[in-house]
Design a protein around this ligand. Sequence first.
Ligand SMILES: Nc1ncnc2c1ncn2[C@@H]1O[C@H](COP(=O)(O)OP(=O)(O)OP(=O)(O)O)[C@@H](O)[C@H]1O
Ligand SMILES: [Mg+2]
Length: 349
Amino acid sequence: MTRNDIPRRGGNAVEVRGLVKHFGATKALDGVDLDVREGTVLGVLGPNGAGKTTLVRCLSTLLRPDAGSARVAGYDVLTQPRQLRRVIGLTGQYASVDEKLSGVENLYMIGRLLDLSRKDARRRAGEMLERFSLTEAAKRPAMQYSGGMRRRLDLAASMIGQPSVLYLDEPTTGLDPRTRNEVWTEVQRMVAEGATVLLTTQYMEEAEQLADELTVVDRGRVIAGGRVDELKAKVGGRTLQIRPADRAELARMAEAVELAGLAGIAGATADEAEGVVNVPIVSDEQLTAVVGLLGERGFAISGISTHLPSLDEVFLAVTGKKASTGAEPTDATGGDDTIRTDAPQEVAA
Ligand SMILES: Nc1ncnc2c1ncn2[C@@H]1O[C@H](COP(=O)(O)OP(=O)(O)OP(=O)(O)O)[C@@H](O)[C@H]1O
Ligand SMILES: [Mg+2]
């Protein structure tokens, strides 16, 4: 099975129309429409319980939708599930590796299930272990792997058959920053090789890194969508956080920024609890101007970072209301029922 086997239709690799899935009284999907263009990454953002996993499971034929339609790589989820399964890869929200098998055995087995020859399955398993830095642990049973290693093995497994459409359900939740970057690199590599990716995430930063377009879902409905820069523009920029070397300078520092009259800068506030001054900015020029000003005024700075809008802020901006949060934990490793804000991005001072 290679990517070339799939019917090429040009246009959309995933087409979803009016998809509905109810669990009793819960409308997990309440009429979802979305498209993913071939060779692109669609980020699906949404809080706990929004319906992201349900969507991925319907598109993988693991769940049967109650109404609506969906085509993946030209195959209908309801009438052509077998063909469809052959061209997709899935990394579920919860790692699904076989605990008793070693890393290499897990991958070899999946390669064989995907009809690779013994030789090809061995070769691909070796390649994927290498790509996800698991070569050293290859012979150890998966039950001895850490959460991050399992997740990487799971990702390797979903990519082993070179699927033309890859679903990644919160692929980096609970991973450390280095591993997260590794995963992003591999996803980008898959896309460069022609794959189409549907990625669910609660991290704005992840969506920004990987996604060409975003769809925001809440309570089973699509509530906003568009290119990443369009959505970000709705939210309006980033927050610059500056940490004075001397905490006693906080208020004076915020005041200096506020009164300087720098172009487009307003609303600098001192956050006493965190020991930082927050300044809303929309450009790198503004960042440079603020830091430059503080230098000129003789303030000693011990740290600078910028923060993307959190998913919460995106929700506020696109809906005018706070996001709803479900009660269930996000994942097996982290267990967290709140919406995450993005990890700060360090900026060279
Ligand atoms: N098998 C199921 N049985 C009953 N209810 C379910 C089932 N699966 C999901 N639900 C419900 O459907 C809704 C959507 O759940 P889903 O898992 O799709 O959300 P999610 O966006 O993936 O959330 P999270 O970010 O927490 O992973 C939730 O209210 C959830 O409780
Ligand atoms: Mg989920």
